[in-house]
Write a protein that binds this ligand. Sequence first.
Ligand code: GLY
Length: 568
Amino acid sequence: MKKVTIGIFFILLSLTSCKNESSIETSKTENRGRIAKKAMVVSARVEASKIGVEILKAGGNAFDAMMATEMALAVTYPYAGNLGGGGFLVYRLADGTKGALDYREKAPLASSKNMYLDNDGEVVKDLSTVGSKAVGVPGTIAGIFKAQKRFGKLDVGTILKPVIELAKQGYTVTKQQEKRFTEYDSIIRAVNGKKMLYNNTIKAGDTITNLALAKTLQRIANNGHDEFYKGETAKRLVDYLQSKGSIITLEDLAKYEAKWRNPITFQYDDLSITSMSPPSSGGICLNQIMTMVEPFDLKDYGHNTLKTIQVVVEAEKRAYADRSFYLGDPDFVDIPTETLTSAVYLEERMSNFSFRTPTPVDSISHGKITGHESDETTHYSIVDQYGNAIAVTTTLNGAYGSKLYAEDLGFFLNNEMDDFSSKPGEPNYYGLIGAEANSIAPEKRMLSSMTPTIVEKDGEFHMSVGTPGGSTIITSVLQTILNIHEFGMTMQEAVNAPRFHNQWLPDEIRMEPNSFDDKLVQQLKALGYNINQTRTPVIGKVDGILMLDDGTLEGGADKRGDDTAVGF
Ligand code: GLY
C-alpha cells in the first residue's frame, strides 16, 4: 500500500475540496481512508468534522464533540442536520461501558391515532409529510445536552462558540448542495409562502451565512437546554408553529425528555455488537439478520456474489417482516425482544430458506404489515483521544423535514410524524404499510430504522458505524460490518462498496444502479427475484471509524456524499 504523507498540501486545500482532512500527524494510504493516531470525527460535512476535532483538541471528549458536530451539521447540512429533529446515540466509554440515548421526536399531546385520515378513513395526502401537521416535538437539543451533561468535560459556551462563528462567517456550498437547493426550492417556497434562505439561486462555491441560527445558538449557549424547551426560543418556536396550524404547544416542549435506553447487544463470530434499541428498529433487525446469516459461510461465497446476496436478502426479508408487526415505542408497546433475537427462533425463521428459489413474501409473516421511513438522515462517528467512541444518527426525516423553516430561528422542522403508521394495516402515502404497534398516540415516539452501532473485538473498541437511508439504514450498516469482517475490506472500501437491500415488502431487491455485474443481476432474476435498480441512486451514506491492529484509526467517509473524516 502506497503511503502519502500529509503536509503543506492539505493546508493549501480549501475547506470543501477533499474528502479526508487532517492535521499533519495523520497519513493516508491508497485503499484506506484517513488514518489518525489519536482521535477522529467522520460526518457529512468537512466543517462539522473539523469543529468536532477542534473541540477534542481543546481538551473535550467525544460527548463535547457530539454537541459541536451535531450543531455544525445543523448549520452546514440543513438537509438533515438539525435543531428541529431528533436522533439516537450509541456509546462505548473508554472503560468498556456501553449505553444508548434516545432523543427521538414525540407525537404532540393533541395528536390522535386517526389525525391523518379524512372522514372516509382515508389517509390525507401530504398531511403527515409536509407542513406544520407533520412536525413531531423535536428532541435534538435535549439529546445533545443530556449526553454532554453526563459525560462531557467542557462548558457549553466553549463548545458552541466555533459553531456560532461558523453560522456567522458562513460555509462554502458544494455541488451536491446546489443540486438539492434547486431540487427542493419550489416545495420549500410553497410550504413557507416565500423564498427562504435555502433556495435555487445558491450556487456551488457561494458562501452561506445563517445569522438567525447564530442568534438561536447564542441564546442556547447562554441559557442552556431550557432555552429551547421553555425559554424565548421555545416561545418563538411555538408562536411560529401555531401560526402555521401546528398542534404543538409550550407544554409539549416543556415535557420533552431525552431517555437513556439499554442498547441491543449481541455476538457475531468474535464480534460484540452494540446498536440502538426501540423506538429504533435498527438494533433488533441488525441482530436478527446477523444471527440468521451467521451459520452460512459468507467468506467462502465471496462479497456480493449470488449466494451471499441470496442469504443476506432472505434474512433481511424475515427481519423486516417481524419489524413491521412487532416494533414500536417501548414505552407504549410490549416488544418480545428476547424471542425475536433468540438463536432458536431465528434458526426456525431461516428453516425454509433455499438457494433454489426465493421464499415467497406471503409465506413469511402475519400479514402485509411494514413500516416506513424516508431517506434523509445523517450519521457521524467520533472516537476521542481518551478512548471513548460514539455513533450518532440524527434526522429531520425527509429532506429538509416538513420543509417548514422557522426563519426567525434559522432552522427547519422535522416531518417525523410520517414515521408513524397513519393507518395501521394499509399502505401509507409512500405505498408502504404500517402496523398497530406503531400507531399514533400522544407523547409516543415513532418507529425508526436508525442504527448507530459500535462493534468490539476481543473486548476492545473495533468500529463505530452508521448511515442515513431510511429503511435501508439497517442493511447498509450490516453490509459495512460484513465487508470488513467477512470480506477483509478496509473501512473506506467497506463504506464505498456497492450495496443492495431487501425489506420484505415491496417484494424486490433494491440494488445501487451501475454497481453490480449484469450477469449477477440476470442470475438473481432467473431465480425469481424482482430487481429494482432505479428506486434510489444511492443506498445510504455510511460514516465509520475502524481501529486498526496498531491502534490507529481509519475513517471511512462515504464517497456518495460530501462526507469527510478529520483526525489527529
Ligand atoms: N426518519 C428515518 C428513521 O428514523 O428511520
